[in-house]
Design a protein around this ligand. Structure first.
Ligand SMILES: C[S@@+](CC[C@H](N)C(=O)[O-])C[C@H]1O[C@@H](n2cnc3c(N)ncnc32)[C@H](O)[C@@H]1O
Length: 273
């Protein structure tokens, strides 16, 4: 028996993905005292990211794989679009953009930018795949920086595949996007945080679902924070600390050698149908 080579089936990998994501839950007593929702994404922050992506075109694998698969004037489906950082840079090429997001403010940011750029857009507010039947099949689809929010990853990927004629592209950081906070959770709450799931777990599941996956990896084109102050404010939110502790957090970050922060590794996963 080649134990190492026994491949797991999709159902087992999907269950592991869910369990591993659940292991990131914040202990109830800490959550109860959180001044703000530690998991929330800020539409302003993602708006800035989108404007930077529009101003400095990125020739990394995600944009390259999308661009080469998108027919001129073709339809693009962006799931978990935010304000559009991973779709709007293809502006001149898009015939129609379908953007799905659970957050109305994120979609407002996207519609505003799409209108300015002259990209025809339909915004669909709701959770993928629950709203999938309101979305037509697109030429190409993208889900960037979303999968670590998705417990039922198999259902999410299957619906994405079923709504795509040509190519599906995913982008995700190599490790969970809250991983950078692990030393601060140790320091301020005395608890250790998980490591998994990582990008390979998503790759393994997509492959087990029968998709002919390709994987490319690179250094993130953008740094996560432009100043120590910005990092400290974010750390307070994410680690359930009162914002008045930002200075203390900044001192700890320096003591722990966490600043400047190394860039993340970003992974692009794609397959053709
Ligand atoms: C980290 S942001 C990434 C935004 C954008 N794709 C980018 O690359 O900058 C994740 C976005 O996905 C949305 N989201 C998370 N899970 C979702 C789901 N199952 N269906 C639709 N939107 C989702 C969130 O509201 C948020 O706007």
């Amino acid at each position: 028996m080649h134990g190492m080579l026994v491949s797991m089936d999709a159902e087992e990998l999907a269950a592991r993905w869910r369990e591993r994501l659940e292991s990131w839950a914040i202990p109830e007593e800490i959550m109860a005292r959180a001044p703000v929702d530690p998991w929330s994404h800020s539409p302003e922050r993602f708006g800035t990211r989108t404007d930077r992506a529009l101003a400095e075109p990125d020739d990394g694998p995600t944009m390259t794989r999308l661009s080469e698969a998108l027919p001129d004037g073709g339809t693009l489906l962006d799931v978990g679009s935010g304000p559009g950082a991973s779709s709007l840079p293809l502006r001149g090429r898009i015939g129609h953009l379908y953007a799905v997001d659970t957050s109305a403010p994120m979609l407002e940011g996207l519609t505003l930018r799409a209108d300015k750029l002259g990209v025809p857009v339909t915004a669909i507010e709701g959770r993928w795949p629950d709203v999938a039947d309101r979305v037509p099949v697109a030429d190409v689809s993208i889900a960037a920086h979303v999968v670590y929010n998705v417990p039922d990853l198999a259902g999410f990927l299957r619906a994405l595949d079923a709504h795509t004629k040509g190519r599906v592209v995913l982008e995700l950081p190599h490790r969970h996007p809250m991983s950078w906070l692990t030393p601060l959770w140790e320091e301020f709450h005395g608890i250790s945080r998980p490591v998994r799931p990582i990008a390979e777990d998503c790759v393994a599941l997509a492959a087990a679902l029968g998709f002919a996956v390709h994987v490319e990896e690179r250094e993130a084109p953008l740094e996560r924070f432009t100043s120590l102050e910005e990092l400290a404010a974010s750390a307070c939110r994410r680690a359930c600390l009162d914002p008045s502790r930002a200075e203390e957090v900044a001192v700890t970050v320096l003591e722990l050698g966490m600043w400047p922060m190394p860039r993340d590794r970003w992974v692009t996963i794609w397959w053709d149908r």
